[in-house]
Each structure stands twice: as structure tokens, then as C-alpha cells.
Design a protein around this ligand. Structure first.
Ligand code: NOJ
Length: 750
């Protein structure tokens, strides 16, 4: 307990972080001293509402019946309408629930009222929800937003999400997702900030600050829940939930940094990952939870399991039964059980038998109560009626404006042969692709709480911009080509805009794929459109890097637009017409072929780097390099880099470069700083991102861009978790992507 309070007190002086006042700590202790064992364990129990009543057979059986044609979808829907939700009111009243999931403000108020007024100690619930990239206002999926390289934007969008969450009764966002992910086959790459630990760390900081730091009013902040701890993004083969094996140095250098950054920023909670790490499921991994996360990194609040993950330790084969799984998890430092009810059912017995010391339970409860107190839930458990009705009507204009800005900054221009783009307003656009007309597709994976009336499809965006546009869906990611529509489309328009990619259901959880090329018949559709000889622009709408070698060779202009959120259509139209000059960059390398996954720019040096000669590290049937590398993205202007200079001054490396906009359009360039530790006691990456800046340049404008790199940041962790700074030769690179850079070498001593 002393240790936990030391952590909370330590930060007490900081302006904006999770901290408790002396009074709050006293209140916490007083509550704890009044709690029964059941009530304590109740705080460690998170439930979600479940469906009951409409039918009296299991859902699995119903699904089988649909497959067999014994009932129709319509009949099922009718049953679902009659079904009711169980919100576990009895358990809440009995003090057996610490947290519930949900996003219904009226229901939240009802349940909080039970907890506050009818449970013995009146402890409020902490209501959690997956607000990953917005709630009512959905902004771009994280893999897109991270590509803006805009720390202020990361923070602003998170602030907006925090406000909307509180208005829905949610005090706890299961975000940010900060898993470094390097295998585009994994569907969850869409949810995170990409393949680079440095960018992921800055993204994590921005998000935690945005969610937590504006504590001026209770309605402005929520507890962040950084996830998935740890190394979930390294699941073998890109297959979701799969095993992870890695060295300690890789863990410390690549997968831990975003979590370390989030802890420094004061993130209140952490969600453990489903996977095992070197044989120990993260759910019961004492070394990673108690020793590393809590003791070394100083987590202020608590750890929650992922859904049902405590029970899944039995399936992992690491626990013999529910009791064993519960004991292993709690002893490892897992404070809250998401959804398995194992803590509720098993921990009391385990405490009574002396298998779990009460001090372990007390620590978990202290951490949970600390977060509730910090959130102000005791004083402000309810969503005021005025706030509920505000959001029921419409989204505030400033949230819409921010969603549009975020979408615009996230778009990446991959190719623009013969300056096909921007399109002139006088040109007639023939828009094709089923995705272009579906407003509900713009929100992408893990978006809940939006209303379709707020979503702008690409078709609507073009119309809003006053385009002369004719639309034929022709073909989507699933299903066949509509030949009649396609031949009609081929005869219309001066320029063809083809929207192709993935539906929002094709990325996110449990959507791993072996083939990440354009799904369905979309390539065939593009072939036919190209045969017309008209200029064709492909707008990609997808949740992961795609293997688009053929498209990059054949389609003259390609815009990576991801799933950009509610303002997608307007943002895409802005870029297509050139009222916005694209500035986004890729945060995940695009391979030429699916078989090259995992592909990432910052891979370790091999003894035989890929080259023309045979016995080098490469695939013989694929290009050596990424189709589009990390950091890549062009614009409607051209930026020239010159005169790199690298000098050492005490604890810093000063790096500068001259940037010139040699085109006729104003633009924003994301200038990227990389380094390579040429000789070290461990094999190091060929390049590592160490800094970035967004620089705005008017036509013909020149600017000197300077970076100060703290030499303390040039080290790495060895296999015992020790941070090393080793003297020697370093290469410093600056450029507009991870491949095309200027370079200077420098000897550095620490
Ligand atoms: C499972 C997912 O892995 C996690 O990201 C999410 O927060 C929880 N379910 C709760 O929905």
C-alpha cells in the first residue's frame, strides 16, 4: 500500500496527471476498512449486459438453426426485438460489480443510481467502453490518424472522445490501442499507430494527455486504458490471439516503449493482452504485470484483463480450473476481471483457504477505488439531463470540424502520374465502387455510438463540394461485378474515381487474412476501367496496408484514404479537388506481396543484406524493398532536401537540413529524423525513427529545419533489460520517408 501511495503522491505535484489528494486517500482507506471480502472482490468484477428472455435456447443453437433453414433471419430479428438485456442490477445492488460496459447514458444513470443509493457503501460503477477513435463523432482509425504525425491532433481528437464519452456515462475508454504491429495480415493493425515504437510512443502520449489531462471539469476527462499489454501485435504469422515469442531486448526496444511513454504520461489503467509471451499468458504474467508495469513503470491505477481472458488461461493450458486461473491472475497483479466472473465466484474461497493473501485483494481494490475517486465519480456519478439531450440532438459543430481536419491530415497520396490530381471542378467525375456510396463504411473497425445520418460517404462528399458526378457502384470488396453498371460507367465522365478496398468488417479484431491484396473482384473492375483510356484515380478505403503492386504499376493516381470517420467524404473531396494538399504519411510499410509480411523498415541488420547477388536476405519472387515504405506520402508540391548538418554539443546532437518547396502549391511536409547505430554489442535496426516535425511551406519557400536529439535517446536495451549507451559511429538520416534520405555519419561518445 505504501508503494502504491508513493506512486500516486510522487506525481501529486504534477499539474495534469492521475493523482489523489490527501482527503481522497483518507476516504479510500476508510471505505476499504468498511468493506466485506465479497464487496472488495465485487469491485474487481467487470460485467457487460447480456441478452435474455426473447428465446429460451442458446444463441449457438439459434445460429445452427438459421444455417439449417429452420428459422429465418427475420424470425431471429423479431425474437431479438422482444429480448431484454440483463444489466446485473441485483449484483450491483449487492456491491458485487465494480464496473460495467456500455454507452447508453440513461441506462448509465439508472445503474449508477442503484450503485450509489442502493448498495451498502454507495460506491459508483466505473463504466468502460471501446471508444477507440471517437464515439458519436468518429475520427480516422488509428493507423490513419498516426500518419498525420501531428501530436496536437492526437491530443485534440482524444479530448473530443473524452468529452463525448462522459456525456454517455463512460468514464473509462479502452484506448489508446498502442500495439506496435508489423504484420499487415493481422486485422488489428487498423486499431494502432503502426510499426514504429517511437511514433507509437508519441501517439500514446498524445492520446493519454487528451483523454486525461483536462481535469477542469468532470465532463472533460476519462481514464485511459492503454492496451494490449504486451506484444499482442507480434502474434505469430499475423494470426489473431496467436502465441508470441521474443527476446527481452526486442520486447524492451520495440513493444514496451509506447507503454513506458503512456505510464510516464500518467495513464490510469492498462488492459492485458490475450496472447502468451514466451509461454506465459499476459493475463497471469507476474513478471510483466506486477514487476514491470506496476513496480518499474509505475502504473498509477489498475490492470484489467481482456474479455474472458482469465478463463482462457485454462484453454491456454496454464491453469487447471477456474479457481486456479483466478488465483494465478490475481497473484500476477491482475486487478479486474473482464467478463469471466471467475474473481466473483472463486476468489473468496481462495482467500479463506489462505491461497490469496488479503493484501493482494486490498491492493487491487485500492487501485480501482483510486481511479474512481480521481474521476470524481463519487461526487458526479450521473450524466446531467442537459448533456444527454445535447448529444441526442446533434454533434457539436467543433467536433465535426475536428473530425474533418483529422481526416484531411490522415490521407496519403501514394501516386500521381501526369498530375491527374487535383481534379478540376469543370471535369465530370464518374465515381465507381460500392464503398463510395455507403455512408456507414466510413467509420471503420471498432466504432460504436455513431449515427449514419452524421456519416458522409465519398459520393456525398463530392456532391457537397459541388462536383459534377455520376455514380455507379459496380462492385465492392465482396460479391460480383454488376456488368451493366460497369459498362455504363465506362462510357461516362472525364475522369474515373474508383473507390476500392475493404469493408469496415474486414479489419479489426479476428480479421487476420493470408491474402492482403484487394478483396473480391475489385481488381477486375479496375482493369476494365483502365481499358477506357481515361484517367483513373484509385481511392483506397481500407484498414490495413494492402499488397497493391499491380495497382501501383497500372493505375496512374492512388490515394490512401483508410477509414477516415464521419467526415471521410468531405475530406476525400477536399483532397481530390486540391482545396487540401495531402500531407499524411504511411505508418506501416506496404509490401508488394502478402508473402512478404511481416514487412517493416526498422528491421535488424542481417549479415547478408538484400541485394542483386543470390545469397542475400530476400525473396526471389518479390522486390527487395517495400512497395511504399514507412513514412512515405507525396503531395501536390515537391519538397527538396539539402545541406544536412550533424554536430555534437554536450548531451545533444544538433541536426539541421534545408527544405525548399520547389512547386507552386503550399504544402505541409513531415520531416523525419532517423539514426543507425552502426556498431553495437547487439544487432541494431538498419534505421530507427528519432524525431519528426510537420513543416508548412509556401510555394518556393525555403526553411531550415532543426532537430535536437538527446544523446540519452540513442541507446538500447540489452537482453537483461539494461539500457546501454555505447560510444561509436552513428548514421543520421533526414528525409520525407524512411528510404529517401540525406545522411551524415558522426562518432558519438556518451
Ligand atoms: C476484446 C478486445 O481485445 C479489446 O480490445 C476490447 O477492449 C475488449 N474486447 C472489450 O470490448
Amino acid at each position: 500500500m505504501q508503494k502504491l501511495y508513493a506512486v500516486l503522491n510522487n506525481y501529486a505535484k504534477e499539474e495534469n496527471s492521475m493523482r489523489l489528494t490527501k482527503k481522497q486517500m483518507e476516504r479510500l482507506e476508510s471505505l476499504l476498512s468498511q468493506m466485506t471480502t465479497e464487496e472488495k472482490i465485487g469491485q474487481m468484477n467487470q460485467v457487460s449486459s447480456s441478452i435474455v428472455g426473447g428465446f429460451d435456447i442458446p444463441m449457438s443453437e439459434l445460429q445452427e438453426m438459421i444455417k439449417d433453414g429452420r428459422i429465418s433471419r427475420e424470425e431471429l430479428e423479431e425474437m431479438m426485438d422482444k429480448a431484454e438485456r440483463d444489466y446485473h442490477e441485483e449484483d450491483i445492488r449487492a456491491g458485487l460489480v465494480g464496473s460495467i460496459m456500455g454507452n447508453d447514458p440513461k441506462k448509465a444513470n439508472e445503474l449508477q443510481r442503484i450503485a450509489m443509493e442502493e448498495s451498502r457503501l454507495g460506491i459508483p460503477l466505473i463504466i468502460g467502453f471501446d471508444v477507440i477513435h471517437g464515439l458519436r463523432s468518429v475520427y480516422p482509425i488509428s493507423i490513419a490518424e498516426a500518419g498525420s504525425f501531428d501530436d496536437a491532433l492526437f491530443e485534440e481528437t482524444a479530448k473530443m472522445a473524452a468529452k463525448e464519452s462522459r456525456a454517455y456515462g463512460i468514464g473509462w475508454n479502452f484506448a489508446p490501442m498502442i500495439d506496435v504491429a508489423r504484420d499487415a495480415r493481422w486485422g488489428r493493425v487498423s486499431e494502432g499507430p503502426g510499426e514504429d515504437p517511437y511514433l507509437a510512443s508519441r501517439f500514446a502520449r498524445g492520446k493519454v494527455r487528451g483523454l486525461q489531462n483536462d481535469q477542469s471539469e468532470v465532463g472533460n476527462y476519462v481514464a485511459a486504458c492503454v492496451k494490449h499489454y504486451i506484444a499482442y501485435g507480434a502474434c505469430e504469422g499475423g494470426k489473431d490471439y496467436n502465441t508470441v515469442a521474443m527476446s527481452s531486448s526486442q520486447l524492451h526496444n520495440v513493444y514496451l516503449p509506447p507503454f513506458r511513454a503512456a505510464m510516464e504520461e500518467g495513464a490510469a489503467t492498462v488492459m492485458a493482452a490475450f496472447n502468451d509471451l514466451n509461454g506465459i499468458p499476459c493475463t497471469v504474467n507476474q513478471d510483466m504485470l506486477r514487476d514491470t508495469l506496476k513496480d518499474k513503470l509505475g502504473l498509477r491505477g489498475f490492470v484489467v484483463s481482456d474479455a474472458n481472458a482469465i478463463r482462457e488461461c485454462i484453454t491456454h493450458g496454464i491453469a487447471s480450473d477456474n479457481t486456479d486461473a483466478g488465483i494465478k491472475a490475481v497473484m500476477a497483479g491482475m486487478d479486474m476481471d473482464m467478463g469471466s466472473r471467475i474473481y466473483l465466484n472463486e476468489l473468496k474461497g481462495a482467500v479463506e483457504k489462505g491461497l490469496v493473501p488479503m493484501s493482494v485483494i486490498d491492493e487491487a481494490v485500492r487501485r480501482i477505488l483510486a481511479v474512481k475517486l480521481w474521476l470524481g465519480l463519487f461526487e458526479n456519478p450521473y450524466v446531467p439531463e442537459s448533456v444527454i439531450s445535447l448529444y441526442e440532438k446533434e454533434i457539436p459543430a467543433e467536433h465535426i470540424a475536428l473530425a474533418r481536419k483529422a481526416a484531411e491530415e490522415s490521407i496519403v497520396l501514394l501516386k500521381n502520374e501526369n498530375n491527374i490530381l487535383p481534379i478540376k471542378k469543370t471535369q465530370k467525375i464518374c465515381l465507381v465502387g460500392a464503398l463510395a456510396g455507403k455512408a456507414e463504411e466510413v467509420v471503420g473497425a471498432w466504432a460504436m455510438g455513431w449515427k449514419v445520418r452524421d456519416c458522409v460517404s465519398i459520393l456525398d462528399g463530392l456532391k457537397n463540394a459541388g462536383a459534377d458526378v455520376v455514380y455507379y457502384p459496380c462492385c465492392g470488396p465482396e460479391g460480383e461485378i454488376n456488368d451493366a453498371q460497369l459498362s455504363a460507367a465506362c462510357n461516362e465522365g472525364d475522369v474515373i474515381v474508383a473507390v476500392v478496398g475493404e469493408t469496415r468488417a474486414m479489419s479489426g479484431e479476428a480479421t487476420s487474412r493470408t491474402d492482403i491484396s484487394l478483396p473480391g473482384k475489385q481488381r477486375e473492375m479496375l482493369e476494365k476501367l483502365l481499358e477506357t483510356g481515361k484517367p483513373v484515380v484509385a481511392v483506397l478505403m481500407n484498414g490495413r496496408p494492402m499488397a497493391i503492386k499491380w495497382e501501383s504499376e497500372n493505375v496512374p493516381a492512388i490515394l490512401e484514404a483508410w477509414h477516415l470517420g464521419i467526415q471521410m467524404g468531405n475530406a476525400v473531396a477536399d483532397v481530390l479537388f486540391g482545396s487540401v494538399n495531402p500531407s499524411g504519411k504511411l505508418v506501416s510499410s506496404f509490401p508488394a506481396h502478402s508473402g512478404q509480411c511481416p514487412m517493416y523498415y526498422n528491421h535488424p541488420n542481417t549479415g547478408r543484406p538484400a541485394g542483386e547477388s543470390k545469397f542475400t536476405s530476400k525473396y526471389v519472387d518479390a522486390p527487395i524493398e517495400a512497395l511504399y515504405p514507412f513514412g512515405y506520402g507525396i503531395s501536390y508540391t515537391k519538397i527538396k532536401y539539402d545541406d544536412i548538418s550533424v554536430t555534437e554539443q554536450n548531451d545533444w546532437l544538433n541536426v539541421s537540413v534545408m527544405l525548399k518547396n520547389v512547386g507552386d502549391t503550399e504544402g505541409v511536409e513531415v520531416v523525419q529524423l532517423y539514426m543507425q547505430d552502426v556498431t553495437a554489442s547487439l544487432v541494431r535496426p538498419v534505421r530507427e525513427l528519432k524525431g519528426y516535425q510537420r513543416i508548412k511551406l509556401k510555394p518556393k519557400e525555403e526553411k531550415k529545419v532543426c532537430f535536437s536529439l538527446n544523446k540519452q535517446e540513442m541507446g538500447f536495451y540489452d537482453n537483461s533489460g539494461k539500457y546501454l549507451l555505447e560510444d561509436g559511429l552513428f548514421r543520421i538520416f533526414v528525409g520525407g520517408n524512411s528510404k529517401d534520405t540525406l545522411m551524415q555519419e558522426i562518432m558519438v561518445s556518451f
